[in-house]
Design a protein around this ligand. Structure first.
Ligand SMILES: CC(C)(COP(=O)(O)OP(=O)(O)OC[C@H]1O[C@@H](n2cnc3c(N)ncnc32)[C@H](O)[C@@H]1OP(=O)(O)O)[C@@H](O)C(=O)NCCC(=O)NCCS
Length: 186
């Protein structure tokens, strides 16, 4: 597969200046791409979250509670809590099926960024999250040049742990109810 992302800095400048040139990341899954979230996606994201609240809250994740209203979803795109985080919609052809993100390393505390994702329950069981996670690992390696990447899952979230292990993460440690995993990119 050809990786043709362009310079991430250049694309982020364009994205900031015009909101018209979102980063698009291809995946190995037919008809599936990751596209950087724009304000136009906020309504689709909110509606998917709104009909998946219990699914998204199973393991104490805050995806549902962060977006109680459509305005909160729009605000999260126009005024992101962490402007350095790259947030993507997961698109199966023309359908918004979930979201995934890459959070850069903290300059003082870490040399590895982190990854997260969720799907609407109706889109699970097809390998979509695995393809999204693999695509983000390639992007973090090839474009962002991160040496490693971390992820955390609740100890009972076996589906998510399986996604991470299928896409190249390895168990690091368990702290309380959280499993820490790492993928080395070089
Ligand atoms: C975590 C979550 C994304 C996992 O979704 P998922 O559908 O299990 O993961 P995938 O999309 O990679 O699909 C994997 C499943 O599809 C199957 N599959 C079908 N085709 C596949 C393919 N080409 N490649 C990989 N898996 C495939 C796998 O066998 C697996 O099914 P199984 O669980 O019955 O073994 C989803 O459960 C979710 O959104 N949960 C709520 C939010 C959440 O927990 N987020 C993560 C926080 S750490």
């Amino acid at each position: 597969m050809q990786l043709c992302y362009g310079s991430v800095q250049a694309r982020r400048c364009l994205m900031d200046a015009t909101s018209l040139v979102p980063i698009i990341i291809p995946t190995n899954h037919q008809d599936l791409v990751l596209r950087q979230l724009t304000v136009e996606d906020a309504g689709l994201m909110f509606r998917l979250i709104d009909r998946n609240r219990s699914h998204l809250s199973q393991y104490g994740e805050n995806t549902s509670s962060k977006y109680p209203t459509i305005e909160s979803a729009i605000f999260s795109v126009t005024h992101p809590e962490n402007p350095d985080k790259l947030r993507f919609g997961i698109w199966l052809e023309e359908t918004f099926v979930g979201s995934a993100g890459l959070t850069p390393p903290h300059p003082l505390f870490s040399d590895g960024g982190s990854l997260g994702y969720w799907l609407g329950s109706e889109y699970t069981g097809q390998g979509i999250a695995t393809a999204a996670s693999e695509a983000l690992l390639r992007y973090a390696n090839v474009v962002l040049h991160w040496p490693r990447i971390f992820a955390r899952v609740h100890t009972d979230n076996h589906k998510s742990r399986a996604v991470l292990e299928r896409s190249g993460f390895h168990f690091e440690c368990e702290r309380g109810e959280t499993i820490h995993l790492k993928a080395s990119l070089r």
